[in-house]
Design a protein around this ligand. Structure first.
Ligand code: SAH
Length: 244
């Protein structure tokens, strides 16, 4: 084959498909249309399909939410539109995970991003208003994920965060020099400090070692800095590693 030693992902088939279900598709359009995600979609590494739940809404007003039983404040997303949309999606492919973004879900991590990025088909359901009918969570969702201990207005930003973290891990999404393997958390440590030109800006100098050209010395310095940063800023990561 001509140029067989050239790595070219352009001819690859889809590595991962992510279906996102939302009542506000507009909120997801921009975050998933730029930079690394845009490139991964253009190269067909990832297929990201955003579904407007309202198209499955009930009645004349395409209703997707209703008052909560028990009379608590806030609207609740109804089970029927979600169920029907999921049924339609499942007709076309087998899904490895059906995720629900939720503040009381498992805290999202690089470890979980690595795991999910190895799957083929996933669905992310974004909640809105007060949340979703508990029966969706009990019977249709396979995993619940939180992006932090705070409450957002809807799951769209959380879905964008999760999707971004997954797609950048797909082979071919990042160029070699931005390899995900050297990012924070991949080896349980924070990334070392980085610099670019000029080497001296108003007397603020780049550490000498980075200019010496010796890859072993540079790597040793980076490892020391990684460890030092992790000890100072996130000692919990070192504890977690030793417990693994
Ligand atoms: N009543 C809920 C919060 C609803 S917020 C509660 O107290 O737990 C509306 C929607 O935003 C949720 O259904 C969820 O999909 C999303 N959301 C809010 N905070 C989130 C977080 N930290 N991580 C992931 N999704 C979140």
């Amino acid at each position: 084959m001509k140029n067989s030693n050239i790595r070219n992902y352009d001819y690859f088939c889809i590595i991962m498909r992510i279906d996102i279900i939302t009542v506000l598709p507009e909120l997801l359009e921009s975050p998933l249309s730029h930079s690394i995600i845009k490139r991964a979609r253009a190269k067909s590494l990832a297929e990201i399909v955003i579904h407007d739940l309202r198209t499955y809404g009930k009645g004349k007003y395409l209703q997707t939410d209703d008052y909560s039983f028990g009379g608590d404040a806030g609207m609740v997303m109804m089970i029927e539109p979600v169920y029907n949309l999921l049924e339609d999606l499942k007709k076309d492919r087998l899904y490895d995970e059906i995720l629900y973004t939720s503040p009381d879900g498992e805290l999202f991590s690089q470890k979980e991003a690595n795991r999910l990025s190895c799957l083929q088909n996933i669905i992310i359901l974004c909640g809105h208003y007060k949340g979703i009918d508990q029966r969706i969570r009990d019977h249709l969702i396979t995993k619940e994920i939180s992006i932090g201990d705070y409450v957002l207005s809807g799951g769209e930003l959380a879905a964008a965060v999760i999707t971004d973290a997954l797609v950048r891990l797909l082979p071919g999404a990042l160029s070699d020099e931005t390899s995900a393997l050297t990012d924070s958390f991949q080896d349980g440590l924070l990334a070392p400090p980085i610099y670019t030109r000029p080497a001296n800006f108003r007397g603020w100098k780049v550490p000498e070692v980075l200019l010496c050209g010796d890859p072993v010395k540079i790597r040793t310095w980076q490892e020391e800095k990684s460890l030092d940063r992790t000890e100072r800023l996130r000692p919990d990561l070192l504890k977690n590693n030793s417990g693994d």
